[in-house]
Design a protein. Structure first.
Length: 238
């Protein structure tokens, strides 16, 4: 059993990885143990040895060639999607936390430009209208690819056992007890306690909570830039 989770950031990747890891007794691959996301480099990595019994997540765009390589391993592809409004606010607050913990370490990225600025700052609105589109388009690409098992973040909150049962039926059916046990182990409070790094990487927010800080200017950008994509992901345009 091998699982690759391919989703945009702040969609619930770590939560889903924890759940599937415990359901199937998998080892999580981190850092340098994970492959590049370009199909040829991924294939070269897999040929050197994609360990059986492992799982990892990658933030990459949909590519039929990448899916072909993953299928040939073979490995299972899974994607988690989340309401873009919640994703944006969650990403904003994650950037603020990341800035305090890393203090400028790592490569400069567009999202770094919103660190330390209020949610309604012009630079934050510009990021929403510009670079945030990568996140939304990745979600849309995987959602409609037909090549991955799609899990919905909101359904994991509403009825995790039902959503995971549906997903595992498409991956490899398991006993209900495994799913129930995984949902208990992978509660947000348990994941945050499992390591200092995860304390700020794992969100405890509930569905819809992150939207409360969005104002008229944010909603206008969402309507102008992302209305069609939001609908295609089966969410409501505000």
């Amino acid at each position: 059993m091998r699982i690759v989770i391919a989703s945009p950031p702040k969609a619930g990747n770590r939560w889903l990885k924890c759940l599937l890891r415990h359901i199937y007794d998998l080892e999580s691959l981190h850092g340098d143990k994970k492959p590049p996301t370009q199909p040829r480099e991924f294939q070269e990595w897999a040929e050197r040895g994609f360990p059986d019994g492992t799982i990892f997540h990658q933030h990459c765009q949909f590519s039929p060639a990448l899916c072909d390589v993953i299928d040939a391993v073979p490995a299972h592809l899974v994607t988690i999607i989340r309401d873009p409004y919640d994703v944006f606010v969650s990403l904003y607050y994650w950037v603020q936390e990341q800035a305090t913990h890393r203090q400028g370490r790592g490569k400069p990225r567009p999202k770094n430009g919103i660190a330390g600025k209020p949610l309604d700052h012009p630079d934050v609105l510009a990021f929403l209208a510009g670079d945030f589109s990568t996140n939304v388009m990745r979600a849309e690409g995987w959602r409609h690819s037909g090549r991955t098992v799609v899990v919905r973040y909101e359904e994991l909150h509403r009825d995790p056992v039902a959503e995971l049962t549906r997903a595992t039926e498409a991956i490899a059916p398991v006993e209900p007890e495994r799913i129930a046990r995984a949902t208990e182990v992978c509660r947000a409070e348990n994941m945050r306690q499992s390591g200092q790094k995860k304390q700020w990487q794992v969100s405890a927010t509930q569905v819809g909570e992150t939207r409360e800080g969005l104002g008229a200017a944010h909603l206008a950008v969402f309507r102008d830039r992302y209305a069609d994509v939001i609908r295609s992901l089966d969410y409501e345009v505000r």
